[in-house]
Write a protein that binds this ligand. Structure first.
Ligand code: SAM
Length: 316
């Protein structure tokens, strides 16, 4: 797959590693490690399927001529949006938005920041449901351009979360992140910027993957697409929030929901095979199908989980 020039000129979040011989040999020990871990925890059939998927993904990721496919790219998010039936690139689509928002105050006049908003579907869903007036920010210009065209009623800005303070000081009642926090290159800086732009007593809701401590040992944790991934570490999140101007409120474990959502999503990618291949090509479909099979397997076998973290900004 050939990248357009503007795409290659843009800063890439997850730069591919050096594909020289050294990188190739370096990455095999973790795979072996993962194989041992998987075979120790799974049924022989599950372990066989996982190993096959991991092997296919690693061949793609570490081959000397790797595909430039990235699911967090504009094209990747397009395939995900088609498969999810909406402009969402997070687990659970509208089910998870409802889940995250149900305990939060509902008021169409309050101001909401959707940080790492992608193609804007989540921001539009939140505003249309009457939860608040939403501003969406994302580092990726093509997604924001499209979001502005499709959802003109929402304010969108190309802005890295680490610079979110420039959107305004003390203006947001609620700040939410839907499967974007894991990708922030400087999570403490992002939280500090959110604190700057939050009103006193504002709410923060982070819907995210979690790392129980074994994520980096899994085949998914070794995957080239995920080298820049930093899922939430729940044992340290309270300290991180306190140091960045927030107070932890509650943590809701949604790992069981994640397992169900990713099973449904993997199945849907297979069901939609002809349509997705027609729209995005066989290579992209194959990549996504393998990726989400492995994602489901990784969560099911306990190497990754999911949680919603709620925090509050202190009163003045
Ligand atoms: C998996 S997508 C989720 C998009 C959206 N929240 C949704 O639910 O559809 C992660 C998003 O985070 C964005 N992102 C990653 N790092 C960022 C940063 N430092 N600043 C702003 N956005 C960022 C990516 O461009 C991508 O659109």
């Amino acid at each position: 797959m050939q990248r357009r020039k503007e795409e290659t000129d843009k800063p890439q979040m997850n730069q591919p590693p050096d594909y020289g011989g050294q990188a190739f040999t370096f990455h095999f020990p973790p795979l072996t490690n993962h194989c041992l871990l998987l075979t120790a925890h799974c049924s022989p059939l599950t372990a066989h399927r996982s190993l096959l998927t991991a092997y296919r993904l690693l061949l793609t990721a570490y081959s000397p001529h790797p595909s430039p496919m990235r699911l967090n790219s504009f094209q990747g998010k397009r395939l995900l949006a088609l498969a999810r039936g909406g402009d969402y690139a997070h687990a659970g689509e509208t089910d998870s938005i409802d889940l995250v928002w149900n305990p939060l105050p509902k008021n169409p006049d309050q101001r909401v920041l959707d940080a790492g908003c992608g193609r804007g579907g989540t921001a539009a869903y939140i505003q249309r449901a009457g939860w608040g007036k939403v501003t969406g920010i994302d580092i990726e210009g093509e997604s924001i351009q499209r979001a502005r065209e499709i959802y003109p009623e929402i304010t969108f800005d190309v802005c890295s979360v680490e610079e979110a303070a420039r959107i305004g000081s003390g203006i947001f009642d609620i700040i939410c992140c839907f499967n974007s926090f894991y990708a922030f290159s400087d999570q403490p800086a992002a939280l500090r910027a959110f604190a700057h732009s939050a009103k006193p007593e504002a709410h923060l809701a982070i819907f995210e993957y979690t790392d129980p401590g074994t994520f980096k040992q899994s085949a998914l944790g070794q995957h080239v697409e995920l080298l820049g991934w930093h899922p939430l570490i729940l044992s340290t999140i309270s300290t991180l929030l306190t140091e960045t101007g927030w107070t932890l409120d509650t943590i809701q474990d949604v790992t069981t929901d994640y397992i169900r959502w990713y099973k449904t999503f993997s199945d849907r990618i297979r069901e939609l095979r002809p349509k997705l291949i027609e729209e995005c090509g066989i290579e992209t479909w194959q990549y996504a199908s393998n990726f989400y099979d492995l994602m489901h397997e990784t969560i099911k076998t306990g190497y990754m989980g999911g949680a919603i973290v709620y925090a509050k900004h202190p009163a003045n």
